[in-house]
Design a protein around this ligand. Structure first.
Ligand SMILES: Nc1ncnc2c1ncn2[C@@H]1O[C@H](COP(=O)(O)OP(=O)(O)O)[C@@H](O)[C@H]1O
Ligand SMILES: [Mg+2]
Length: 577
């Protein structure tokens, strides 16, 4: 990734900021000199005119310095804020492109930290850099030149102290670098912990696991505290140590300089100015070490952002052979498809699956949990790509469609479906932004949702709090189905999407599908055998493989797994009747 992309549009701010700081530095270095001249010449000779003139010059300089300081801070902030804004925008856009497999790699908490904390860290660093990177060396060089030209023999003191201070700084920075890196990592972990526990707070409460979550949080928090303390421990040393070296230098200058003043070889004004220059040199050294220290944190952040930005999107569609193809009929074919989530693991989640689904068919998929049903159907809209073999829709490999066209043609209600904050109508219109109220109501009627939506006081304008906590599980499922229906997909996939809906309502949904979605291919994953019994064909899965395909009657006659599921679910009922 190129960082220059975030600098170029704002290059003026990036140049003007440091330039303004140079104005300030020039003033800082000149002021002590003029002050010493007032002492040496003006006061010594009782020359009031000279004093007034120099004072005026100093006031003017002070005003210029203020202008420089404000300008530097203003341009620096402008540059940093815009830099960070653009960076955040791009990282967010990148994450939006992530495939399911990419998302599996990062925790949500970690992505949030990168988008917020890490970007802010970089923003602060850019801001600091622009203010300091010319100012600190500028002040150092300016003050050094003034000090040496004023009194070369006294300046020799610096030949001893500057290397000492530099050495101390190198040691501190070397200790600080890895510790700040470690601190960042702990911060990441803490954010992930908080994210997970807050997102799932309802589950936490229903299992009365608050204490457990508290402890988990406390551990993360303690780890961050320890890491922070270790990192800050280094900084704690820095200031006082610098102060000590600074004071010792001042004492040395006072000692040697004082003797020169007594001997009459150094004017008192020079002595004063010299002490100021010494302070400036040490200050600039300190600024530089702060800059280095912050750069270690910025480096850690930039690595983490770079990692996201350089993450390879594993579902590219730039090379799709049929970019303009649309899903028109809804025929699906699996040819020897194999898949595993962890590429280095032995167990295949899908193992050499071949099957064919005609356009317009209703297909049921049944099998024990974890046998790969969700994984199987996720291959159709390319939520994941097959490792081996191919999936074809209307005779075209799904990899040859543009992702947009493919997913426009395939409506999928995920097993873990969610709604978003906003009104019910907003949520349904995810399927089709331009849908009319009537179309929306029609989709809702097919999904058996219209009735309960109208029973709400606000109807379709009812606000869904936090993604639907104020509707029941079965209602949420029906809203999700309606949302998918509004897309008018050629292939509709329901992944266990009626599990929380009562059997009578579910039967009405099936009835509606039969009448109103006659052309669409319908793939229905279900736990209840009654949900799939009437399908044109039923796919029976076991441990990543298809063990049978056929109608209810065929499977009941010849497929032992299907018989087992059937009897386990139906025998009890018959006895009850
Ligand atoms: N995102 C994922 N990352 C890793 N493993 C997964 C993921 N999703 C599912 N699995 C694993 O793949 C297997 C099949 O899962 P799934 O297709 O969801 O089964 P089903 O829908 O039939 O219950 C399970 O063993 C599950 O643990
Ligand atoms: Mg599933």
């Amino acid at each position: 990734m190129k960082w220059s992309k975030y600098v170029k549009p704002y290059w003026k701010y990036f140049v003007l900021g440091p330039l303004c700081m140079i104005v300030e530095v020039l003033g800082e270095v000149l002021m002590p000199k003029w002050y010493s001249r007032i002492l040496n010449i003006g006061i010594e000779n009782h020359d009031v005119g000279f004093i007034v003139l120099t004072c005026l010059l100093m006031v003017l300089t002070a005003l210029l310095m203020m202008g420089g300081g404000v300008g530097g801070a203003w341009f620096g902030s402008k540059a940093a804020v815009n830099f960070a804004g653009d960076l955040r925008r791009d990282v967010y856009a990148k994450v939006q492109q992530f495939s399911f497999a990419n998302i599996d790699k990062y925790s949500t908490g970690s992505l949030v930290t990168r988008l917020t904390n890490d970007v802010t860290q970089l923003m602060n660093f850019v801001n600091m850099l622009l203010r300091m990177f010319l100012r600190a060396p500028g002040m150092m060089i300016g003050a050094l030149i003034m000090a040496i030209s004023m009194n070369p023999s006294l300046a020799r003191v610096l030949a001893v102290t500057i290397p000492l201070i530099a050495l101390a700084e190198v040691l501190i920075i070397r200790a600080g670098f890895p510790r700040f890196g470690a601190m960042q990592e702990k911060m990441d972990h803490l954010n992930s912990t908080i994210q997970e526990s807050l997102t799932n707070i309802r589950v936490v409460k229903s299992f009365v696991r608050e204490k457990h979550e508290d402890e988990k949080f406390a551990r993360s928090n303690q780890a961050l505290k320890d890491a922070a303390m270790r990192a800050l421990g280094v900084v704690i040393f820095m200031m006082p140590m610098m102060m000590l070296l600074m004071n010792l230098t001042s004492v040395a200058v006072t000692w040697f300089g004082g003797r020169q003043v007594i001997a009459g070889t150094m004017p008192l004004g020079d002595f004063n100015a010299f002490l100021t220059y010494i302070t400036q040199i040490l200050m600039s050294l300190m600024m530089m070490s702060m800059l280095f220290m912050n750069s270690s944190r910025a480096l850690a952040s930039s690595r983490r952002i770079r990692e996201v930005m350089e993450e390879e999107i594993d579902l590219p569609d730039e090379h799709a052979a049929h970019r303009d193809a649309l899903v028109t009929r809804g025929e699906v074919e699996f040819r020897n498809v194999s898949f595993r989530y962890y590429k280095n693991s032995e167990n295949k989640v899908l193992d050499d699956i071949s099957l064919h689904i005609d356009a317009g068919e209703t297909v049921g998929v049944i099998g024990s949990t974890g046998c790969g049903k969700s994984t199987l159907v996720s291959m159709i809209p390319r939520l994941y790509d097959a490792d081996e073999g191919s999936v074809l829709v209307d005779g075209i490999d799904v990899k040859d469609y543009s992702l947009y066209n493919l997913r426009e043609g395939v409506g999928m209600v995920l097993q873990k479906n969610v709604l978003f904050s906003g009104t019910i109508a907003d949520n349904l219109r995810w399927g089709d932004e331009r849908a009319t109220d009537e179309e929306m109501a029609e989709a809702a009627r097919s999904a058996q949702a219209d009735g309960f939506i109208r029973s709400f006081a606000e109807g379709y304008e009812t606000e869904l709090e936090q993604g639907g906590v104020n509707v029941s599980g079965g209602q949420r499922q029906r809203l999700c189905i309606a949302r998918a229906l509004l897309k008018r997909p050629k292939i509709l996939i329901l992944d266990d999407s009626t599990s929380a809906v009562d059997t009578a309502t579910e039967a009405s949904i099936r009835e509606a599908f039969r009448n109103e979605l006659r052309d669409a291919t319908k793939i229905i994953i279900a736990q209840r055998i009654t949900s799939v019994m009437e399908a044109d064909k039923i796919i029976v899965m076991d441990d990543g493989a298809v063990t049978g395909i056929g109608t209810h009657e065929e499977l009941l006659a010849g497929n032992s797994a299907y018989q087992e599921i059937y009897h386990s679910q139906m025998d009890g009922k018959k006895e009850a009747v």
